[in-house]
Design a protein around this ligand. Structure first.
Ligand code: HEC
Length: 127
């Protein structure tokens, strides 16, 4: 009986270990913080360039264009929802020929921060 529960514990530990590596394999750098460059290239680069306007606006300094950071996170998660209730977002949508931005409900605030940091670094490098 002891042996069986020992094996069960081992199996449990092994599966926990696998989950931990799965979570990190896609976008985290070695210290565990999200990799902004990779996240940007996978999710955003079809429509955004870090330092100039493309399908969507340049993201350099984008934080300073929003009065409310929570609203900015909400916008990345679901821009169409924010466009309904915020004048700045609505005007931006009209300015960019009403091309809707894809929703990213799964990105965390830390990941969005990492993406903005990558864009700001790119902007600074090209000056
Ligand atoms: C399918 C194209 C598309 C993709 C993919 C996309 N965007 Fe956008 N984004 C846009 C467009 C177009 C706008 C301009 C506003 C509008 O039309 O709604 C925009 C606007 C924005 C804004 C507001 C910019 C400002 O000047 O205030 C932010 C922030 C933003 N996008 C972040 C992101 C991030 C972060 C990603 C990746 C996780 C991403 N976008 C992926 C098309 C896209």
């Amino acid at each position: 009986m002891k042996l069986i529960s020992g094996i069960a514990v081992l199996l449990l530990l092994a599966s926990c270990g696998n989950n931990a590596t799965d979570n990190n394999s896609t976008s985290a750098s070695q210290d565990g913080s999200p990799n902004g460059e990779q996240l940007f290239k996978i999710n955003c680069s079809q429509c955004h360039m870090a330092n100039k306007d493309f399908v969507g606006p340049s993201l350099v300094g984008v934080e300073s264009r929003w009065k409310d950071r929570q609203l900015l996170y909400a916008y990345v998660k679901n821009s169409q929802d924010v466009i309904q209730r915020d004048e700045y977002a609505k005007n931006l949508f009209l300015k960019f020929k009403q091309v809707p931005m894809l929703p990213f409900p799964n990105l965390t605030e830390t990941e969005v921060d990492a993406i903005f940091k990558y864009c700001n670094d790119m902007g600074a490098a090209s000056k």
